[in-house]
Design a protein around this ligand. Structure first.
Ligand code: ADP
Length: 447
């Protein structure tokens, strides 16, 4: 087991990882920018190292400084959290070259999944169902038209190097396609320095369903069920649940089994998430994230398994603490992402939190790094906390969520809490009847 883990992140996830390390009796080092000197994880860690000024590129993305912090403090492993360097293959390689363990998969696996064309090809080879479309990059308009006619309109053009929902264009007719292809390529080139794009069938009313997987480092793979993250705004997840209200146990174990086998065949090590669009009973792979996800707590709530403990165990060579047959799904869980944003316009609302009171009671978990008197710096993303609620079934979970949202107090800044108070009373949400476009339509109506 590791002696000392350096946490290369900030905010709620840095605290989340720190808690797991403390439970396992592992010493912790956190790195932070000058803007985060007063952050909760910095106060609670055994050691902290200031690695630079506020901009992420000079601090949380500064590989040189982070490796130096490992050397100074003698950390033998790095947990990257999510975002920042968590899917940076070069970072994983550099740590390996310094004999520091990256708590995540190999640089090669990160690289494959970071290139969407390569990821899709790999998924297909491993027997994962994919969205019908081009078999690789498309440059010629003629070829694009032939493929689109074959799979049928509407189609979506996506950037191979894409991420965060950028570089995607939908074409409804052959006339649209020409322009969509050109704009997608120039946007991809400008945003990612790589103008490779590919074509897929555009699914009209899908749900976003993702499977939590783990490779144990010894060639075995398991799945921890799925999460439904269909409630999104601008491709950003807002509310996540497990299990998905749309799946039955047979579908769950079928798609889970396919994913677990793929992970084993790939020889993957650590936590991963295989993301699908789901429509009319079919799953279509869209991408794989090679890290812990923001929404991992809903899976922890229904399985009772600490996924960060498992990540640390696997990275240290100790394998998983559970086998597939030990992973049982108990009840229902929902997570609300609480952002420091205006609940209608979603413009960021940094500033000082004058009062912070979190709900409690059975089935309630709040993961947050903020406190009364904490000043939210304007430099980073606006997630300030996650409310995770568990119940014996979805109805009990929703009742508890409504009560927890009533108790939650965040004064001094604007937050997205009022949005969740509206959603929890909505009939479609109560029925679990929503797709990936539902929230945008709902917000447009409310304006
Ligand atoms: P990114 O890495 O940029 O987030 P993804 O491939 O994960 O890109 O897609 C992001 C979102 O775009 C999906 O959650 C979905 O809302 C939409 N999307 C992607 N591919 C399709 C498709 N083939 N049909 C319909 N919507 C899609």
């Amino acid at each position: 087991m590791f002696q000392k883990i350096l946490i290369a992140n900030r905010g709620e996830i840095a605290l989340r990882v720190l808690r797991a390390c403390k439970e396992l009796g592992i010493q912790t080092v956190v790195v932070h920018s000058t803007a985060d000197a007063d952050a909760m994880h910095v106060r609670l860690a055994d050691e902290s190292v200031c690695i630079g000024p506020p901009p992420s590129r000079d601090s949380y993305l500064n590989i040189h400084q982070i490796v130096a912090a490992c050397e100074i403090t003698g950390a033998d492993a790095v947990h990257p959290g999510y975002g920042f360097l968590s899917e940076n293959a070069k970072f994983a390689d550099i740590l390996a070259a310094h004999n520091i363990t990256f708590i995540g998969p190999s640089g090669d696996h990160i690289r494959i999944m970071g290139d969407k064309i390569e990821a899709k090809r790999t998924a297909k080879r491993l027997g994962i169902p994919v969205v019908p479309g081009s078999d690789g990059a498309v440059t010629e308009e003629k070829e694009a038209k032939r493929i689109a006619a074959e799979i049928g309109y509407p189609v979506i053009i996506k950037a191979s190097a894409g991420g965060g929902g950028r570089g995607m264009k939908v074409a409804h007719t052959e006339a649209d396609l020409e322009i969509a292809l050109q704009t997608a390529r120039s946007e991809a080139g400008a945003a990612f320095g790589d103008d490779a794009v590919y074509i897929e069938k555009y699914l009209q009313k899908p749900r976003h369903i993702e499977v939590q997987v783990f490779g144990d480092g010894f060639g075995r793979g398991v799945h921890f069920g799925e999460r439904d993250c269909s409630l999104q705004r601008r491709h950003q997840k807002v509310w996540e649940e497990a299990n998905s209200p749309a799946l039955n146990a047979e579908e769950r174990s079928r798609i889970g089994g396919i994913c677990a086998k793929a992970i084993a065949d790939l020889g993957y090590s650590g936590a991963g998430t295989i993301e699908f669009l789901y429509e009319n009973g079919e799953f279509y792979f869209i991408e794989m994230n090679t890290r812990l996800q923001v929404e991992h707590p809903v899976t922890e709530a229904i399985t009772g398994i600490d996924l960060v403990h498992e990540q640390i165990r696997v990275a240290s060579g100790g394998g998983l603490s559970v086998k597939q047959e030990d992973i049982k799904f108990n009840g229902h869980a929902i997570e609300c992402r609480i952002n420091a944003e205006d609940p209608r316009t979603f413009t960021p609302s940094p500033g000082t939190i004058t009062h912070f009171h979190t709900p409690g009671g059975l089935g309630i978990r709040v993961d947050s790094g903020v406190y009364s008197g904490y000043k939210i710096p304007p430099y980073y993303d606006s997630l300030i906390g996650k409310l995770i609620v568990h119940g014996r079934n979805r109805v009990e979970c929703m009742m508890r969520l409504r009560r927890a949202l009533d108790e939650f107090v965040v004064d001094g800044i604007k937050t997205t809490l009022p949005l969740f108070r509206d959603l929890v009373g909505n009939a479609d949400i109560a029925n679990g009847d929503y797709d990936i476009h539902w929230l945008e339509k709902y917000l447009a109506k409310e304006e």
